[in-house]
Design a protein around this ligand. Structure first.
Ligand code: SIN
Length: 330
């Protein structure tokens, strides 16, 4: 029997034992693994989901949340899920490249003008279609969770694209993000989230891109003296499970579980909107990092420098998909 078949058989066994346990009165255990701190939009969403499930489905379902890469880094969580070791995850949209090229759309630089446009696209027909883009490999998207727009952190002030030339930037595992930094003649390095603080601290990298809340909760502002407020890209998540697990859930449990997810997501998205403002302020007030605000003309230079990335990935993503995202800005 091939390794793939053995792994699949093991996953089915774990699932059958779990759901059979439920039939005999043992609660279904849902392990939710993620890499960020608890006081982040995703961390808060996950904890709210755990608490709502306890309140509404106590005794039937138990959610265990593992934050801070305690259980798995994002490069391992999907295979762990397919093996039945975790049931829920929410990696950043940039981290699904191995499973589908379609989600690369979310990494195109300067695609969405704000989070309202992101909401419009994600809740529209194309955004909903993308939730099913990994079904062929057994992964189901249950929804999107916001974190927010990314900023550029660096060891030197970045005002115009030429300032980034030759600098090393940590990126998530995305070829689009690699192309984005290559378009600036910078050097992208794909590294796990859990390593970013140390990479900055030891100067192994010159910069990175992330949201206000991820930078604040990882204390990146203490080891990177400049943040350019570029809002150049999106860092959102797809909440994922396996088709096998989700479709195997008892009929009396699934609708309530879906409702818990919906309510927890709405809560997490409110936290994200608050933190885009609040964590920016905390970073500014810390005095450890200078926040660089771009003039419209400076910002336009970044837009133009990164624009070739769109054409490069249009074939894999689909022009219809990109057009729908652009239309969401109106
Ligand atoms: C996350 O927000 O889950 C991590 C993002 C990153 O890897 O930069």
């Amino acid at each position: 029997m091939s390794v793939k078949k053995v792994l699949h058989a093991m996953a089915v066994m774990v699932l059958v034992l779990g759901l059979a346990g439920a039939a005999f009165g043992a609660p279904i255990v849902i392990k939710f693994s993620h890499v960020v701190a608890e006081d982040t939009p995703k961390g808060q969403m996950a904890n709210k989901f755990r608490d709502l499930v306890k309140e509404r489905l106590g005794g039937k379902v138990v959610v265990e949340v593992y934050p801070n890469s305690q259980l798995f880094d994002d490069d391992k969580v999907m295979s762990a899920m397919l093996l039945g070791d975790v049931q829920l995850g929410a990696p950043a949209l940039s981290k699904f490249e191995k499973y589908t090229k379609k989600l690369q759309i979310f990494d195109l630089p300067f695609l969405f003008k704000d989070m309202t446009a992101v909401d419009a696209f994600q809740s529209g027909p194309k955004g909903q279609e993308l939730l099913n883009s990994m079904k062929g490999v057994g992964i189901l998207g249950l929804g999107y969770i916001h974190n927010g727009l990314k900023q550029l952190g660096s060891s030197k002030p970045l005002r115009v694209p030429a300032d980034a030339k030759g600098l090393k930037f940590r990126i998530m595992t995305s070829d689009v993000l690699a192309a984005q930094f290559e378009a600036l003649q910078a050097v992208p390095l794909k590294k796990p989230f859990s390593e970013v603080f140390t990479l900055l601290q030891t100067r192994a990298i010159d910069g990175q891109e992330n949201t206000w809340s991820n930078m604040y909760t990882q204390k990146m502002h203490e080891v990177q003296p400049y943040i350019t407020e570029s809002n150049h890209g999106l860092l959102d998540y797809m909440l994922v499970t396996t088709v096998e697990f989700w479709e195997g859930l008892p009929k009396d449990i699934k609708p309530e579980l879906e409702k818990c997810l919906k309510d927890a997501t709405a809560y997490g998205n409110k936290v994200s909107a608050d933190k885009e403002v609040g964590d920016r302020k905390l970073i500014k007030d810390s005095g450890r990092t200078q926040i660089i605000e771009l003039t419209p003309a400076e910002r336009q230079q970044w837009v133009e420098a990164m624009k070739p990335v769109w054409k490069k990935f249009e074939g894999e993503i689909g022009k219809d998909m990109i057009d729908a995202a652009v239309a969401a800005n109106k």
